[in-house]
Design a protein around this ligand. Structure first.
Ligand code: URA
Length: 224
């Protein structure tokens, strides 16, 4: 019944994924990995010990993510900055404070209602954009987090996360204001501006607000 409601909602969002018979649906199949505290602790330890790309040599701390491991909303940014690298937690600098305020405006708290992470878990030196190789090397960790959390909705913040998770090269202005889905799954994905961009361009805040309201509505309407 819940599956039918979910399918109907996804249809309305234009996100139905058609599969051939027998093909697995990673978002609804019982064959998904069981979630346990052990799985999670092991995953975090693996991320913290990861040496899959050269960034492990320059990072102070890996930044796996923060929040509810059963969150219905997963927020995915680009990469840890200097403050995140020092504290081991994503979005704790000025941009993070704005993200927290944006979440609070739709009634969500970073520790209880969402899981926040980045496409890469180690800081690129000088805050440069992550390279395609770094993103690819880190992707198994994000995929493992997605498999354990099984979010109902994903919100990407910023161009790097949006492009890397939709596979599109379109600019942010084109990527937002429409539903995407994550890869071959039917997990709805919405793209919005990075809070660091909003700090520089407050005129874009109204559009970011529209994005958040759309995400909040989807969370309400999609069955848990
Ligand atoms: N910007 C990001 O994309 N992620 C962080 O964790 C901090 C700043």
């Amino acid at each position: 019944m819940i599956d039918q409601r979910r399918r109907r909602m996804l249809d309305e969002m234009g996100l139905t994924v058609w599969r051939s018979r027998g093909q697995a649906d990673p978002t609804t199949d019982a064959a998904r990995p069981a979630t346990s505290a052990g799985d999670w602790a092991g995953l975090v330890a693996s991320i913290e010990a990861c040496q899959r790309c050269p960034l492990h040599a320059t990072r102070q701390r890996a930044v796996p993510g923060v929040g509810d491991q059963a969150a219905r909303l997963m927020i995915i940014g680009e990469a840890p900055g200097a403050e995140e690298d020092r504290r081991g937690e994503p979005f704790v600098g000025r941009a993070g404070q704005l993200l927290d305020a944006m979440l609070a405006a739709i009634g969500l708290d970073r520790h209880q209602d969402v899981f926040i992470t980045n496409v890469i878990k180690s800081r690129p030196p000088e805050n440069r954009d992550p390279t395609a190789d770094e993103i690819a090397a880190c992707r198994p960790w994000l995929d493992a987090q997605l498999a354990l959390i099984q979010p109902s909705v994903i919100l990407t913040v910023g161009k790097v996360a949006a492009q890397s998770l939709t596979g599109s090269r379109q600019p942010m202005g084109k990527l937002r204001d429409q539903w995407h889905r994550l890869g071959e799954t039917d997990i709805p994905l919405r793209a919005t501006y990075h809070p660091a961009y909003l700090l520089r361009r407050p005129d874009a805040k109204a559009r970011a607000w529209d994005d958040l309201v759309t995400v909040r509505r989807a969370l309400r309407e999609l069955p848990a």
